[in-house]
Design a protein around this ligand. Structure first.
Ligand code: SF4
Ligand SMILES: [Zn+2]
Length: 277
């Protein structure tokens, strides 16, 4: 149910409290957020690494007005966006009014969706809501929250009604605590699947992305695809462009095995998943 403008203003104001006492993700850093000492090291000011009309999103969303926020709640070893994901003050800080103007400009230029990305957009929820309140009813395209989905209920409550399409990653499976070990997110599987389950059962449009990672077919890809198959209606986007940065060691340094990619597609088809590209 979309918010009325009045309501969105109120929620945007409520969200501001997290700039000083943050519980937007399960790291629950609290008051250290105010001094940028939380796990993501995002402080009260949001920095934007870049924004553009982007053709790399799923067909239904592109061209997307993609807004890449700096900083992330995860610390994946193989991050290809480390330049800004692990440098929360990378880029520029703008006001919600300035970003709102750019959003309307990109909409004019033909954007079909407005995608909040990172790093991860989670620490920036207060800024995103303030911006959307500023844009108001001049927006004609859907909002997209493209996130690792390592969120608290509080964060999901704030987003509800402001986001039209959820684009969560479900990267890691339940076994061997891959999400904790590689991504730095304790209790990864329970947290992220609960968050996806919540938006899916509320009838929201959900497109789940799963990145195929070398050596993680049995621990990650297989259980992820099986979990998704039990939730009809969820659209699934398999990402097969894994490319390890030069500093990565071990199994994750290898290229993706084409046989693993083929096996993942075969499994997805056999499970009847609704694949999107
Ligand atoms: S969003 Fe950042 S500051 Fe807030 S709880 Fe998560 S890691 Fe901590
Ligand atoms: Zn794994």
């Amino acid at each position: 149910m979309p918010h009325t403008m009045h309501n969105l203003q109120q929620i945007a104001t409520t969200a501001q409290t997290h700039l000083a006492d943050c519980t937007l993700c399960p790291h629950r850093c609290g008051t250290v957020r105010a001094t940028a000492q939380g796990r993501c090291r995002v402080g009260p000011t949001s920095y934007i690494a870049s924004e553009m009309l982007h053709m790399g999103e799923e067909e239904a969303l592109r061209p997307a007005h993609a807004i890449f926020f700096s900083g992330c709640t995860a610390t994946c070893h193989f991050c290809t966006a480390a330049r800004f994901a692990f440098h929360p003050t990378y880029g520029v800080s703008v006001t919600p009014t300035q970003l709102a103007a750019r959003i309307l400009q990109r909409q004019e230029e033909g954007a079909r969706s407005l995608c909040f990305i990172g790093g991860d957009p989670t620490p920036h929820i207060p800024f995103i809501l303030a911006t959307l309140a500023e844009v108001g009813n001049r927006r004609t395209i859907p909002t997209v929250f493209n996130s690792n989905f390592y969120l608290t209920d509080t964060a999901l409550n704030l987003l509800s009604g402001a986001i039209d399409i959820y684009l969560p990653d479900l990267k890691f499976g339940p076994a061997a605590s891959c999400g904790e070990r590689i991504g730095g997110m304790p209790d990864y599987w329970n947290v992220v699947t609960n968050c996806i389950e919540r938006v899916w059962s509320a009838g929201e449009r959900v497109i789940v992305r799963h990145l195929l990672m070398p050596g993680h077919t049995h621990c990650c890809t297989v259980p992820v695809l099986h979990w998704l198959a039990e939730r009809p209606g969820i659209e699934v986007s398999l990402l097969t462009q894994y490319l390890a940065p030069a500093n990565v060691r071990g199994a994750l340094a290898a290229p993706l095995d084409p046989l693993d990619v083929e096996a993942a597609y075969t499994l997805a088809h056999n499970l009847g998943l609704r694949l999107v590209a």
